[in-house]
Design a protein around this ligand. Structure first.
Ligand code: COA
Ligand code: AMP
Length: 262
């Protein structure tokens, strides 16, 4: 990216097959690394099987002075051997963080059956942590967190700390980064499991407990999704702008541990 010397580039990849999204990832890269990062994300998309028939890699300059920093969340794997035992442990973490039991139940329903009449949504639902009511008006789109990455000197040490604890899957590092930005932006707590049929791990993230993952969280047949719990009085438009557009470096090495389910 010779046109942006000394700058930072947001590199974003999305891939689809027959019009259905199959893969997405993003980085913030120093300008001199941006071409290599774009090629890496493109190769990652093309290596999927079945292969996508459309890959878009988008590069956009970011003002380095506008990039904030946030410490990476600590990671705990909570030992629950199936979704039925993971759910109460996750619910307790959320309730302890100020989410009402009703909001927890409504969010689990959203992740099982979808938030929208047409099923799953393409981003997160913003949910009132008291009432459980969905506050964003993005229907089947939802809100997608973007423009975040591990800081250049934090990326390898953070991935190594995760890999040393048996968490070397790229999804874990990327979901941890996304959850770190989500809480930094002002979300009170997050609940997530994937929409990928083969990936059953998921997590809860809260300021008190950090990123708490469950190896087997998603029940059979659940559609997947994310719930972002927020204070009832939050300015949803301001929050969405921050989640989507405020650039963020994630710094530090995550503490990683395991814990028995309560
Ligand atoms: N699911 C379904 N469709 C998606 C999608 C997703 N997760 N992400 C993108 N798309 C499709 C949609 O059709 C979308 O149109 P919409 O805005 O009407 O939904 C279109 O692609 C354009 O999306 P946009 O977000 O504007 O593209 P982008 O190139 O700026 O960024 C991503 C794409 C995928 C990189 C970004 O949205 C994202 O999700 N970044 C975070 C990735 C990450 O780290 N995830 C961690 C997962 S563990
Ligand atoms: P994934 O972890 O990629 O399987 O995504 C799980 C769910 O999270 C998807 O079904 C979407 O509802 C939602 N989602 C996907 N990308 C984002 C994002 N960037 N920010 C917030 N939610 C997302």
């Amino acid at each position: 990216m010779d046109g942006w010397p000394g700058g930072v580039v947001s590199v974003r990849m999305r891939a689809s097959l027959a019009g259905c999204h199959v893969s997405g990832a993003e980085r913030l890269a120093p300008a001199e690394m941006a071409d290599a990062v774009a090629r890496e994300l493109d190769a990652r998309a093309r290596s999927r099987r079945p292969a996508p028939d459309n890959v878009v890699v988008h590069c956009e300059p970011v003002d380095p002075a506008a990039i904030a920093c946030a410490p990476v969340l600590p990671v705990t794997t909570i030992e629950a051997d199936r979704p039925l035992s993971a759910r109460p442990a996750a619910s307790e973490l959320l309730v302890r963080s100020g989410v009402s039991p009703e909001a927890v139940d409504r969010a689990f329903c959203g992740l099982v059956a979808g938030w929208h009449a047409n099923g799953p949504i393409r981003g997160a639902a913003i949910v009132d942590r008291a009432s459980g009511r969905r506050l964003d008006t993005r229907a089947d789109r939802g809100v997608r967190v973007s423009r975040f990455d591990y800081a250049p000197d934090a990326a390898e040490p953070a991935r190594a700390a995760l890999a040393d604890a048996g968490l070397g899957h790229f999804r874990t590092a990327e979901a941890l980064a996304l959850a770190t930005k989500t809480l930094w932006a002002g979300v009170s707590a997050e609940l997530c499991w994937s929409d990928d049929a083969d990936y059953v791990a998921g997590y809860v993230a809260t300021p008190e407990s950090g990123y708490c993952r469950f190896d087997r969280f998603k029940p059979d047949g659940a559609v997947g999704g994310r719930a972002f719990f927020v204070d009832p009085g939050v300015d949803v438009d301001v929050l969405i702008e921050r989640l989507e557009r405020a650039p963020l470096w994630i710094v530090g090495i995550p503490a990683v541990r395991r814990q028995a389910a309560p």
